[in-house]
Design a binder for this molecule. Structure first.
Ligand code: GLN
Length: 200
């Protein structure tokens, strides 16, 4: 299994560290030719969604990645990555890849509570540490999107098919379980693809 990490801006190196701790190989997507390599999943890191959205478009990565995700490429977006995948951002005119049926609120915790750390339950994993930095939350998950975690009544993790998002940053804690969860999503997807290929 090989995971591509979008490395245009933000906390991509931290994701690479966790993947290597899990023994999963990864490489960085910085430019269009990087898409020529084969990969089984994609991580979109935290950072600034507006900057990453702009760079995705300028570097002509936007359409191929959007199409790959829409066709089932497993993707994991943290924080700004969640905003890039959201169909709607309530307090922003612009949506980006917009492949996931969620409405997100940017910088949703205000200035006072811009950054904080807590622990909460994550469906299918259990209690895990959660670090929030000028984080969004998910106001609404509709369609096939299901809620995986809430903090103070607000949705902070969700999944829709092969798409996984967290408002917090698992790559900034020592706990590897959310990345392991994503790896198991990829594994299942690879098996399904293999089955489809052998059936055809
Ligand atoms: N506030 C950032 C944004 O709007 C997200 C913060 C983060 O990724 N840590 O894109």
């Amino acid at each position: 299994m090989r995971i591509a990490v979008l490395a245009l801006q933000g906390a991509f190196a931290e994701h690479e560290r966790i993947l290597s701790e899990l023994g999963i190989s990864s490489f960085e997507i910085r430019q269009r030719p990087d898409l020529g390599r084969s990969f089984d999943g994609l991580i979109i890191p935290g950072g600034e969604s507006t900057v990453q959205g702009k760079l995705l478009r300028e570097l002509t990565l936007f359409l191929p990645l959007r199409d790959a995700i829409a066709s089932g490429l497993p993707v994991f977006g943290t924080c700004a990555g969640l905003l890039l995948l959201a169909r709607r951002i309530r307090n922003d005119d612009r949506a980006h890849l917009a492949t996931m049926d969620i409405t997100a609120v940017r910088n949703a915790y205000g200035r006072q509570l811009g950054s904080f750390h807590t622990e909460a339950d994550f469906q299918g994993i259990g209690r895990i540490p959660m670090t929030f930095i000028r984080a969004p939350y998910i106001e609404e998950a509709s369609g096939d999107a299901t809620v995986l975690a809430t903090v103070n009544g607000q949705i902070v993790a969700a999944r829709q098919g092969n798409q996984l998002v967290t408002a917090f940053h698992p790559e900034l804690d020592q706990d590897l379980s959310v990345h392991a969860y994503f790896a198991s999503m990829i594994e299942k997807n690879m098996k399904t693809e293999w089955k489809a290929a052998s059936a055809g």
